[in-house]
Design a protein around this ligand. Structure first.
Ligand SMILES: [Zn+2]
Length: 339
């Protein structure tokens, strides 16, 4: 079909499609703004808007990042100003790349909206490279290359990151201290060993043996209390607590059972399963008579904990009503007979 078009018609068609694409970009940003305002990505079981954009909408990580950064910049603007910028996106003088780059640099440079506005004016109509140059000229610190992880085989990946001098010295020191376990003294071997040790140290699921290791468990960020000596003594403290703060054995029991965010979208059944920034949460809030027991505690990622906690309002009531522990969790509880 296309090969039969004249050159003029073909060029006319591709220009019309590019214009349509820009109009769609504008609409995608408007729609994302509304999704974000309603926090629908959380309601549907995604731990962040980024995960929603990649997993549900099928964007690549870079495309998702561009759209979200652009949307966040628009979100800061008043409706009339937002309308003006969106019109420029539609006409092509401003692109998602312009907005995302300004927003990204503004974040590292801590620019306010006024500076972002000036930068948007400066980069309007400019190419990607020109935009990068203009923004780089305004930066007080050098633009660092992005961290990347690129698969190079089925089991290996190449990681690019920038380390400061102190971290490099720590790496060398660690390699020296652990040379008996990493004879070739490779950076990859040292990082693997360091991460194994670090994960073991901060993992809330682990058993605590002795006073020395007791302190490290409270470093995880998942901990909500400083455990009493009695609590550290044994599994008897899995019993219900009158305190809001669970004992270490109780906390460990919930971590071992859940291991990931337990939020399930009541509509689609999607299980969040995020393991990022996990927090212990009372299913029935402690302030409303909820007990500090295994079956009233659950792990939630920070985003869903905030969602349930009422800090993000829309949809909360219906989601709370539909909340259910998974069948396997109930079986686990029966087996443990902790309550
Ligand atoms: Zn979650």
């Amino acid at each position: 079909m296309l090969h039969s078009l004249s050159d003029e018609l073909l060029l006319s068609q591709v220009k019309a499609l590019a214009g349509e694409e820009r109009r769609i970009h504008r609409e995608v940003l408007e729609t994302l703004l509304e999704v974000d305002r309603r926090q629908l990505h959380l309601a549907r079981g995604f731990s962040s808007l980024f995960v929603f954009c990649t997993d549900e909408l099928g964007y690549s990580p870079a495309s998702a990042q561009r759209r979200i950064a652009s949307m966040r910049l628009l979100k800061e603007m008043s409706p009339p100003e937002r309308e003006r910028v969106q019109t420029k996106i539609e006409t092509g003088t401003l692109t998602l790349n312009h907005l995302a780059q300004v927003q990204s640099v503004a974040r590292s440079e801590q620019w306010g909206l006024e500076t972002k506005r000036e930068m948007l004016q400066s980069v309007e109509g400019k190419s990607v490279r020109q935009c990068e140059k203009i923004l780089a000229s305004q930066m007080t610190s050098p633009a660092l290359p992005r961290e990347t992880i690129r698969p190079v085989s089925a089991t290996l990946s190449q990681v690019t990151l920038v380390l400061d001098e102190e971290t490099l010295q720590l790496l060398e020191r660690f390699k020296g201290l652990t040379a008996h376990r990493n004879p070739l003294a490779t950076n990859a071997g040292a990082i693997r060993l360091a991460l194994q040790i670090a994960v073991e140290r901060v993992n809330p699921e682990r058993e605590v043996r002795g006073k020395g290791s007791a302190k490290s468990e409270s470093d995880t960020g998942a901990s909500q209390s400083v455990p009493t000596p009695k609590a550290a003594a044994g599994h008897r403290d899995c019993r219900p607590h009158s305190s809001r703060n669970p004992s270490r054995p109780l906390r460990r029991s919930v971590w071992r059972r859940d291991r990931a965010c337990q939020y399930v979208d009541p509509i689609t059944g999607r299980h969040c399963n995020s393991r990022f920034k996990l927090e212990l949460d009372h299913h029935v809030p402690f302030s409303k008579g909820g007990k500090t027991t295994t079956d009233n505690l659950r792990l939630l990622c920070r985003a869903h904990n905030a969602y349930f906690g009422g800090r993000i309002k829309p949809g909360r009531a219906s989601v709370e009503k539909m909340w259910k522990l998974r069948p396997c969790t109930r079986a686990h509880l029966r087996g443990k007979k902790t309550h």
